[in-house]
Design a protein around this ligand. Structure first.
Ligand code: FMN
Length: 402
């Protein structure tokens, strides 16, 4: 293994990166955060985190006091799931394991947010059929692609558009999972509204063909997302709630920037969140996925080759939303861009793949030291290898990294 040598590391010591920032009820001591990173190391059946490994993994990455970590996508209920080795936070057994993980993070004086995940039509349809669970989305039969349609019909679990009662049930499950997260010690929750998962399927007219109050106009398509937001504000308090959005992404067969109206939908949601902020219910932050050509970086199974950023920008959020903004997407390879984003005093920057490979990434960003290369083939899998065996800088030097 070796250090990344394809670009020259720079020190962020004298930028806003090392200024504290209030996020929800927490005060982070620097503006680097670990974005949600699915690692597929939970136990099946039960979707229980493997805490001996996971506690070490999150411990290694929260050693720098005042760091902010967002957990990997975490299912709010079995019906919201569909990957055997991703964790959930609906059961007592899961909460017990998360408690141990969050305790480690807090021992390091760092903070943790749980990403609330609901896959919709990105679920493994075979696994859903095996477990007697529906294959949900906004609308009946609007498949991501031919392959998922074929498989879904083969296993006799056709894509199902949610009924209003089922939407209400999901909202209850979001509340239950959010309360469990707080009980387990989390500092807050991030609603996953991005990357083509269920809430994004409702937001996007390509997957949402409904004719009721959850489909058609922007207001209607945004209704489910905002109902989840409001339910969680009531359940755990606005300062403990956040959301992730990805206006430009086509992952999961979303419109992204192919549809010039996508930004209008996102701007509406963000405007509604700003209204709540002004009414004394401020969400902790909004997390924006940056516009990338390489959609693989939402969860690659092949190596990510950085490409230039596509036309489009998330800057529009600053004219609407006046709270903290988190931004993630190929910033590891683009230090100049990261520095530019940090000039805005409400901004935090996320490093995904390099937080996996570089547990002490914050120290290295401060000192201008190179990151460790990552092994993308080990991003997912039930191994300690590629998970808890990445060295700190000093360890890497001893190991002979070049
Ligand atoms: N994004 C999420 O919102 N939830 C996830 O669970 C999630 N899992 C990911 C798993 C892997 C292995 C990778 C590489 C990315 C994942 N992402 C997920 C996207 C990252 O949060 C991030 O946006 C992406 O890696 C781009 O940042 P980077 O260029 O710094 O890696």
């Amino acid at each position: 293994m070796s250090f990344v040598s394809t670009y020259k590391p720079v020190s962020f010591k004298d930028t806003n990166m090392f200024k504290p920032l209030k996020v929800g009820n927490t005060e982070v001591l620097h503006r680097v955060f670990m974005p949600p990173l699915t690692r597929m190391r939970a136990q099946h059946p039960g979707n229980v985190p493997t805490s001996e490994w996971a506690a070490k993994y999150y411990d290694q990455r929260s050693k720098r006091p005042g760091s902010m970590l967002i957990t990997e996508g975490t299912f709010i209920s079995p019906q919201a799931g569909g990957y055997d080795h991703a964790p959930g936070i609906w059961s007592d057994a899961q909460v017990a394991e998360w408690k141990k993980i969050f305790a480690k993070i807090h021992e390091n004086k760092s903070f943790v947010w749980v990403q609330m995940w609901n896959l919709g039509r990105q679920a493994g349809v075979r696994e859903m059929a095996r477990d007697g669970l529906r294959y949900d989305s906004a609308s009946d039969g609007v498949y991501m692609d031919e392959e998922s349609e074929k498989l879904s019909l083969e296993v006799k679990n056709p894509q199902h558009g949610l009924t209003e009662d089922e939407i209400k049930q999901y909202i209850k499950e979001y509340i239950h999972a959010a309360k469990n997260s707080i009980e387990a010690g989390a500092d807050g929750v991030e609603i996953h509204g991005a990357h083509g998962y269920l809430l994004n399927q409702f937001l996007d007219p390509l997957s949402n063909k409904r004719t009721d109050k959850y489909g058609g106009s922007i207001e209607n398509r945004a209704r489910f997302t905002l109902e989840v937001v409001d339910a969680l504000i009531d359940a755990i308090g606005a300062e403990k709630v956040a959301i992730r959005l990805s206006p430009y992404h086509t992952y999961g067969t979303m419109s992204g920037s192919k549809d010039p109206c996508t930004i209008a939908t996102m701007a509406y949601v963000i405007g509604e969140l700003e209204k709540r902020r002004r009414a004394g219910k401020p969400l902790a932050y909004i997390h924006m996925t940056e516009p990338l050509i390489n959609d693989n970086s939402t969860g690659p199974v092949t190596e990510v080759v950085p490409k230039k950023h596509e036309e489009g920008t998330n800057e529009f959020i600053f004219s609407i939303w006046k709270g903290p903004v988190l931004r993630t997407g190929e910033l590891g390879e683009n230090p100049t861009l990261a520095a530019k984003l940090l000039e805005n005093d409400r901004t935090m920057v996320g490093y995904g793949r390099y937080y996996i490979s570089t547990p002490d990434i914050v120290d290295r960003l401060e000192k201008g030291l190179p990151f460790n290369n990552y092994r993308y083939k080990l991003f997912y899998g039930q191994t300690a290898e590629g998970y808890i065996d990445y060295p700190t800088y000093d360890e890497a030097i001893k190991l002979g990294y070049k």
